[in-house]
Design a protein around this ligand. Sequence first.
Ligand SMILES: [Cu+2]
Length: 365
Amino acid sequence: MNNETDQVNPVWAISIAALLVAVIAIAIAGVAIARAGDSGDSGASGGMAMGSMSGGSMEHMSPLPIGGIKRAPSSQGGTLLKPTVQSGVAVYRLDARPVWWTIFGGQRVSAYAYNGIVPGPQIRVKNGQRVRIEFKNNLPEPTTVHWHGIGVPNSQDGVPGVTQKNIEPGKSYTYEFTAKPAGDPNGGGTFMYHTHTDEDRQMPMGLYGTLIIDPPSGAKHYSVDKTLVFSEWSSDPSTGRSRGVMQMEGMFPNFFTINGKSFPDTAPVNVQPGKKVLFRLVNAGQFAHPIHLHGTSFRVIAKDGHAVPKAAIERRDTLTLESGERADIEFTEPPGKWILHCHIGHHLTNDGDGPGGLLMIVNSK
Ligand SMILES: [Cu+2]
């Protein structure tokens, strides 16, 4: 029997133990550095550390600075913005600013918001209306405004480095155009406006709103005409600090909102049994959302602000909106408390707790 080969050499054992201790120490230090970079002055992080990024990409993934952010001026997003009329031009005042935005209960998130609300205020005009938007950048960083799907002159398209210079912090910029759908000058429908600067950060932090162009013949009348804007957030639940949302580990969204609110704080929509309702579904988020309606099916009468030809109108109960897409759906509900929701289970949670997120009540009575 040879015991020597079975015995552990004490010198080797000490060496291996020392090596293990060193490896563990390096790993702990690495996590600490990543978290410090992630949480900045707040000293806490929601476990969404990004330790291995550098330079420009790191900047895009950093959470918003939160020093000095004010509370939102209103708890309701997407409210109608009234213009002043000057020589036949509808003049709107719009700004972008950082705010604390409450998405449900006591959960607030740091946001970038048009006029301090998420979604930004709705602009609604008739086809052919001359529109002027006097925009002020009250963000701590540059931005621009893009008019998504609107037939604006090239110079008003809001793309930094292509059609204009970035609007620097504290500076103003005036956009002016005649409200007509791009490529469809006699049409009308559901459009958007949103930032076109650092879209990966600025859009998921709240810089989007809707712009409705009613067709030249006027808007069709519905008992309810409701715009629903879907979006996602990546926010630390304890500090509320927000960052961009992306399709990568550590950057996935953990909160989901309809018109800036997560269930149970999404606003119910009251409808009357048998009365025709129009929902304008808008995906201002970065992820696809299959939107499902209970109790009935719906007719998809417009896509991306353009009427669907009669023969091509589909009857659906679930419709997927990719990022940037819109759909106008028409339906009647039988009596009852029905729900509209995204069919992706994760999108029905608030930081992992359900039910939450993209779910709302359609109350038919
Ligand atoms: Cu979804």
